[in-house]
Each structure stands twice: as structure tokens, then as C-alpha cells.
Design a protein around this ligand. Sequence first.
Ligand SMILES: [Zn+2]
Length: 330
Amino acid sequence: MPRSRGWPTARRLFSSRRCEISTRRNRTSITGHSRPTWRKAGVHEGFRIVGPQASRVEVLSRRWAQVLVPKVGWVRFRLSRPLPEAKSYRVTLDRAGRWHIAFAAIPEPHAGPGDGSVVGIDRGVAVSLALSDGTTHQAPVERSVKRLQRRLSRAQRGSKRRANVKARLARLHARNADARKDWVEKTSTTIARSYDLIRVEDLKVTNMTRSTKGTVDKPGRNIRAKAGLNRAILASGWSLFATRLGHKASGRVEKVNPAFTSQRCSGCGHVASESRKSQAVFCCVACRYTDNADVNAAKNIAAGHAVTARGAFAEVGRAVKREPQLRLVS
Ligand SMILES: [Zn+2]
């Protein structure tokens, strides 16, 4: 939101509208529908404009556009991408104090290369994503929030200092989330464009032999230092990645049973936990096939069989004022 002269600041603009938001709402827009939850002050701030009122949008230049928000007036905003055709938009204030405007439209999925290529993707702690063709993708390193969290817990409730620390912490969280999301979007686009059929682990199938701690027999190193934080980060990053990949490569993603993918030899199929020599090295005890452990797992996933029917996302027939939703069709 601009702060140039002659234009009201975003904060003044919208603060009076906060009370108009309904108290119950669906929080997950990217990952689909879920139970409504209670709105939380400072977290779910924003409002939606729907119908003909949402069509009053003007593009000013390559970088700027403006929108006529009812009862507010013209509000300029920076364009982060071309304006889509949309019947509604949403104005939100995130925890870091930044205003966003989002137009509701479902983009076209990406096309694969059309060469029949198949790839398997293995997620992990040491290597975020290992592909069966040997390429790896590393998620950005998170900045630690611990120091600020400690400070926040020491600050007196209701104090100015506490509010300052809280704002700083929120900015740090936002920075981490932005970096992670940016990485997820770029990586999922790259993969959706590079391969025709993409196989990933089906995480709904519990895999007891494999965890962020390594395997039961071959525990990974730095367990305690990494486990808690990394698991949470990875879990959220992975599920977002899988969801976005499903959107972008609609109908070309298969979910595979993840059992024993880290213990099976991708050369001869022999399953033995002793083959996993370390966090990084896989060496088959039967045929001496040696590979990077994560890449070996990815190759098993690439060769795996789908556990669920493969599906594509289709737009659901909907009421005019509802935001466009995706639904899995098989
Ligand atoms: Zn083997």
C-alpha cells in the first residue's frame, strides 16, 4: 500500500472496517476447505469485496494499479503479477503489519515437457527435496526466533516494550514464512514444468520406520538439535509444496506408498536397514549398488505404485459470490 502524499495511509483506511468481518471463517484458502475456526484479532484481519463492486479496478502503470474500495475510495497498490479476471478480491492485514490485496482467480496449470518423463521426490531433513534424477533442492535456512521469543516472555504484559518486541517477532516470522513460500513456489513451478509424471510420498500412510530422526536402526545425527524445530518447519513446507505441486501439475502427480523407500535398493529391490550406511550414503548389502541415500529413496518413489487414484483439480461449480475453489476429481 502506498504512503504517498494525498493518499490516505492503509492503516487509517481500513481500521474502521475491522469490526465488519464475520466472526467465523474458513482460514485455509490455499490448501482447501476445512472446519471454520474462530477469527483471531491481529491474525485474521481483512475483508472481502464481492460482485460488481469488485470490478472497479484500474491499472495505472506496469507496477501500480488502483481499486475503488466501497466506502473508502481509490486505493493504489503495487502489482506483483498481472491482474487476473476476478469476481472478488480480498484485502488483508498480515501479522507483520503489511496490507495485501488478492484477486480470486484460479491460474491455468503448467504444461509438462511432453516427453513422458517420470520423477520421484523424496523429502528429508539434510536435503529438503531429492529427485530421482539426482538433483536436489534445499529449502532456505530459517532465522532463529528463540531470542525474541525469550524477550517477549520476559516483557511485562501491556507494556510498550512488549508491543515492540511482538512486532519484531511478527516481522521475523513473516520473513521466514515469505522465504519458505517463495522457495516452495519456485521449486514447484520448476518441477511441474520439467517432468510429465511426478511421484511423491503419500504422507497419509504412516511410515514408522522413517522419521526425521533417521531410521529406527540408523538414527540420524543431531537429533535433539534439529528434531522439534525442523520437523514443524518441514511438515508445513512439505504439505504446502505438495499442495502447490498438485495445483501446478494437475493430474500429473501420483501419491506413492512411502514404506521402506529409504531401505530398499533401487537397483535390485533388496530391503535391508543395513544398506543405509549413514544419513547420506546408501550401499546395498545384496548387490553393492551405491548411491546418495536420499536419491536412492527418490528412485524408489519414482518406481512406486500409486496408492490413491490419480486425480486432477477441477473448479467446483459455485455460487457467484464464493471464491473459486479447487476440488480433486479422479
Ligand atoms: Zn541392491
